[in-house]
Design a binder for this molecule. Structure first.
Ligand code: KE4
Length: 432
């Protein structure tokens, strides 16, 4: 692999943008990686500016579940663009999208479109506080809900990757009402709720955590949160920005059978264009302006181009057998990776739900942020770099996930396992 053109672009990028990127996790700082620059992408493959081709397991951090440049998505965006790009006036595409999302997501009766997952969670938190008249928010260590001020506490994703505990620039007063406890620790949630539950507006949780690597909810954890919210009159918010439309048509709440009061969506809902959304029970959502008095707005919210891309993506995901296909492909990859790790041999814990997964270099179960942080991140960094040399692009951070798409075919999966066999041998030599 040579990265001459990417290197030139990176040097120029660093002149104009902090770290040369528009989002910190792309920098790959934690895995000793200088980002390559993508020229184009198709199905499950990326091509960079030097002509290198990679099998892509990041999929733009989740949105590209149908594969890059899917013809139906491209056609939908082309047709929409020919009629204009934004009006700031309602369009039928927003009505179609809202109806589709309400139909697919079990707990949703009404929904509001925004332009990112961060906007979705920020708005849901404001709504929960406005609806309940309470101030406190309870989140979980290692969960990441975007970069909204009050949620940048003990967060995962880029903060975990770069080892940033909270974030400078967020005054103590803003996070004073944000409580964070270990994921899966229902006992601690009970203790906190017994103490301050009367002032907790909402508990916000990733129903399957995917920003500390992937961590599955323990048996009874989500149901326990549901019960506590009912007991104390708090709202339960599922941040399904990653799991929404990923784990099932109705996301984790459909798969796991626990219904939140509000759901935050992003990524897949936009088909690769900027879309977020939040929604839930009508009597809660109707507190939002202009019907209610909780304010949130956005120039490009419900943008027709983004709606057309998102609708095309959701149509593809509504076809029969899609989630069975994703499960089969991801299970094949998981089985292969475990077999290759066993032969290396190297201790690897692999957590997976459907087409969302993560491998940790640790022999121990990974059940929360603390156990995820015990994984050997040096080993992960070496694995990432060795896989890249073999033309396979995994997340440039231990505290992210891999995503299998409908575009990954058996030959791509076998090539990935072949690459992993070589990469893990190198890791094995280095760490033993
Ligand atoms: P955005 O504002 O990045 O669209 O969404 C924020 C967000 C909210 N909730 C969850 C569960 C999320 O995972 C995210 C964003 N995810 C990260 C990676 N895990 C996006 C990648 C990035 O920050 O560049």
């Amino acid at each position: 692999m040579k990265w001459t053109r990417s290197q030139q672009l990176y040097e120029e990028a660093c002149k104009w943008m902090p770290g040369g990127v528009n989002s910190p996790v792309r920098s790959g700082k934690s895995v000793g990686f200088t980002p390559f620059f993508v020229k184009e992408a198709r199905d499950c493959r990326l091509m960079d500016e030097d002509g290198n081709v990679y099998i892509d397991y990041v999929g733009s951090w989740g949105p590209l579940i149908m594969g890059h440049a899917h013809p139906r998505v491209v056609e939908a965006v082309r047709k929409s663009a020919e009629k204009g790009t934004s009006y700031g006036i309602p369009t039928e595409s927003e009505v179609r999208m809202a109806a589709r999302v309400v139909e697919m997501v079990p707990s949703m009766e009404m929904v509001r479109m925004v332009s990112s997952g961060t906007e979705a969670t920020m708005s849901a938190i404001r709504l929960a506080r406005g609806y309940t008249g309470r101030r406190k928010i309870l989140k979980f260590n290692g969960c990441y809900h975007g970069h909204g001020d009050c949620l940048l506490v003990q967060s995962g994703s880029g903060l975990a990757t770069l080892g940033i505990p909270g974030s400078p620039g967020v005054p103590e007063e803003i996070v004073h009402h944000t409580l964070s406890v270990p994921y899966n620790d229902l006992q601690q949630v009970q203790e906190v709720m017994r103490e301050v539950g009367e002032d907790v507006a909402a508990i916000i949780v990733e129903p399957v955590a995917a920003n500390m690597g992937v961590v599955l909810p323990a048996e009874g954890f989500l149901g326990g949160l549901r019960k506590l919210c009912d007991e104390f009159g708090s709202l339960l918010i599922f941040d399904e920005v990653i799991t929404g439309f990923r784990l099932a048509p109705g996301g984790a709440q459909e798969l796991l059978g626990v219904l939140p009061d509000l759901t935050c969506l992003g990524k897949i809902i936009g088909g690769g264009l900027p879309v977020g959304a939040y929604g839930g029970r009508a009597e809660v959502m109707e507190r939002m302006a202009p019907v209610g008095n909780v304010y949130q707005a956005g120039t490009l919210s419900g943008n027709p181009l983004a709606m057309s891309a998102g609708l095309a993506a959701l149509e593809i995901l509504s076809q029969k057998g899609v989630y069975e296909e994703l499960e089969e492909k991801a299970a094949y990859l998981e089985g292969g990776l475990k077999a290759v790790a066993g032969r290396a041999p190297i201790a690897m814990t692999l957590n997976r739900v459907g087409s969302l997964g993560c491998g940790f270099f640790t022999p121990d179960p990974v059940v929360d942020f603390a156990s995820a942080q015990k994984a050997d991140t040096e080993a992960y960094a070496l694995f990432f770099r060795e896989m890249l040399k073999e033309g396979v692009y995994f997340a440039p951070s231990q505290f992210e996930s891999f995503f299998v798409s409908l575009a990954h075919e058996k030959d791509h999966l076998d090539a990935t396992l072949e690459a992993a066999s070589k990469a893990l041998k190198v890791v094995c030599e280095k760490v033993s």
